[in-house]
Design a binder for this molecule. Structure first.
Ligand SMILES: [Zn+2]
Length: 137
């Protein structure tokens, strides 16, 4: 069942709320980008499930695009914390919207650790399978 959680960057310039059901599963990936920022994400959001409450002018976009689609990773220009991202990747079924779970301020740790985790071997373009090693993710 979806619940509304509240999130923010570290300096609180960026705040948002999101409706999500953690039983849908969380994601960890070993690709070069996810690993460098230790990303633990929730990517099952519909566009209406995410509402930016403040900080549009504080957000910076780190985006990439190619014949595979496009991604936009948003982070705060002051504190550097990445709060969410969106884009469209054909191989993943089109448009997506995601938040970084550590930016939720009212998610109890016991709920987070009880949520299912899907590991993705993005480092080897093997997104649909877990990598051989997941302990560092
Ligand atoms: Zn900030």
């Amino acid at each position: 069942m979806k619940r509304t959680y509240h999130g923010s960057c570290h300096c609180k310039a960026v705040t948002y709320e999101a409706d999500l059901d953690l039983d849908q599963g969380t994601g960890k990936c070993n690709c070069t980008f996810c690993w460098k920022r230790r990303a633990w994400s929730f990517g099952h959001l519909e566009p209406d499930d995410f509402r930016l409450l403040s900080g549009e002018d504080a957000l910076v976009d780190y985006g990439k695009s190619g014949d595979w689609g496009e991604t936009h990773n948003r982070f705060c220009k002051t504190c550097g914390v990445a709060t969410h991202g969106y884009g469209s990747i054909d191989a993943m079924g089109g448009a997506f919207f995601a938040i970084l779970l550590p930016t939720l301020d009212d998610l109890p740790v016991d709920e987070l650790v009880a949520a299912p985790v899907t590991y993705m071997d993005g480092l080897h373009d093997n997104w649909w399978n877990p990598p051989a090693e997941t302990r560092h993710l």
